[in-house]
Design a protein around this ligand. Structure first.
Ligand SMILES: Cc1cc2nc3c(=O)[nH]c(=O)nc-3n(C[C@H](O)[C@H](O)[C@H](O)COP(=O)(O)O)c2cc1C
Length: 353
């Protein structure tokens, strides 16, 4: 097993725990993964949802919680690699990035849009930067833009495939086309070819992590044989003792059958993968679900038009109010049949490396 190296930072186990918002991967899960030698990622999406002023001053609550959750993870894994996942689509993205850097993050993983301006936001800070791409086209755009504007390459490129959870980086038609594993393997190879061009240009390795449906030692081995240097796994970590979500959310994965996992259109129009439940059925039947005062989370959202509020629905999920929730999950969530520890998951994933 080769460690994952990003400049002066090294993770003994080349497994990144993908960021999961809202409130699914916080300091507890990220710290536990980092302690086992992997990379623990805290999701910054509405991270302050448990702060008393979340409804009245969402930004201040989120900024405070970024620091708290980082400290929690750092106390669990003083020597571990700990980062944040920040979605470009979030309002106040720049402020949250700066807060993550100030807190001490080793790494920022950023997707849900292309993080074109991320190098400019962090400036000279030593933090490592990892954009998420899903297609050859997005890889080309981000690498070219960072090269031209910042003379910089990513410290890690996360390649997220069609079997991932949460919002997906594909239009619906592309998603169907790529769900056939061989079809996406071709796209991964094309993305890696783009990466190799920039490695040559800079005379420096750009490590890559492949994610989306990677939940067994065999899948990890396959990702490495495709040419990745690490994997990013998320779903498999939801059903761990250390995952920060309510037990009822974890149980919804254990109860789910394959046919319960569906593609939904999130209120902002992006496709996402989730477990079918009462709330999704109500929305599909045309119901408009009343929401709490708007927390102004995403740029593209128009609160007057949406069928439900994504912040409300994801907070319900983290709190275990599972019938009123958007239960984001990866395509393989139905395979979970018990609660494990993070150590058990990591030991299993790295078994064939
Ligand atoms: C519950 C859940 C929430 C997620 N939330 C986010 C998020 O806030 N930002 C993000 O970039 N990716 C998010 N993802 C994607 C993961 O970080 C990860 O890349 C992907 O799910 C990997 O596939 P896997 O879940 O099959 O292992 C989420 C995934 C899940 C399952």
């Amino acid at each position: 097993m080769k460690p994952l190296k990003m400049g002066n930072i090294e993770a003994k186990v080349p497994v990144i725990q993908g960021g999961m918002g809202i409130g699914i991967s916080l300091g507890g899960l990220a710290g536990a993964v980092a302690l086992e030698g992997g990379i623990g990622i805290i999701s910054a999406a509405q991270i302050g949802y448990r702060e008393p002023d979340f409804d009245t001053d969402t930004k201040a609550a989120n900024l405070r919680a970024i620091k708290k959750e980082y400290e929690k993870a750092r106390n669990i894994a003083p020597e571990g690699v700990i980062g944040f996942n920040l979605m470009v689509a979030m309002r106040h993205y720049e402020d949250y990035v700066r807060a993550a850097v100030e807190a001490g993050a080793d790494l920022i993983v950023s997707g849900a849009g292309l993080p074109t301006d991320l190098p400019g936001i962090v400036g000279d800070a030593q933090v490592k930067l990892a954009p998420i791409v899903s297609t050859e086209k997005s890889a080309k755009v981000i690498l070219k833009y960072w090269d031209k504007k910042y003379k910089r390459i990513p410290d890690l490129l996360v390649i997220e495939g069609p079997l991932a959870g949460g919002h997906l980086g594909f239009a619906r038609e592309k998603l169907e086309k790529f769900e056939e594993p061989a079809a996406y393997a071709g796209e991964v190879k094309r993305i890696l070819a783009v990466v190799r061009d920039y490695e040559k240009l800079y005379g420096k390795k750009i490590p890559t992590a492949l994610g989306g449906g990677i939940d067994t030692p065999e899948a990890v081995r396959d990702a490495f044989s495709l040419g990745a240097d690490a994997v990013q796994a998320a779903t498999r970590f939801v059903t761990t003792e250390e995952c920060d979500a309510d037990i009822r959310y974890k149980e919804s994965y254990i109860k789910a059958r394959k046919e319960d996992i569906i593609i939904v259109k999130s209120p902002v129009g992006m496709p996402g993968r989730a477990i079918n439940n009462e709330m999704i059925r109500r929305v599909a039947a045309g119901e408009k679900i009343p929401h709490s005062p708007c927390h102004r989370c995403l740029h593209q959202c128009n609160p007057a038009q949406i069928p439900y509020c994504i912040t409300d629905a994801l907070i319900h999920a983290a709190k275990g109010e599972v019938e009123d929730a958007l239960l984001f999950c990866g395509a393989n969530a139905y395979k979970a049949d018990k609660i494990e520890t993070v150590k058990e998951v990591i030991d299993d994933l790295k078994k064939l490396l």
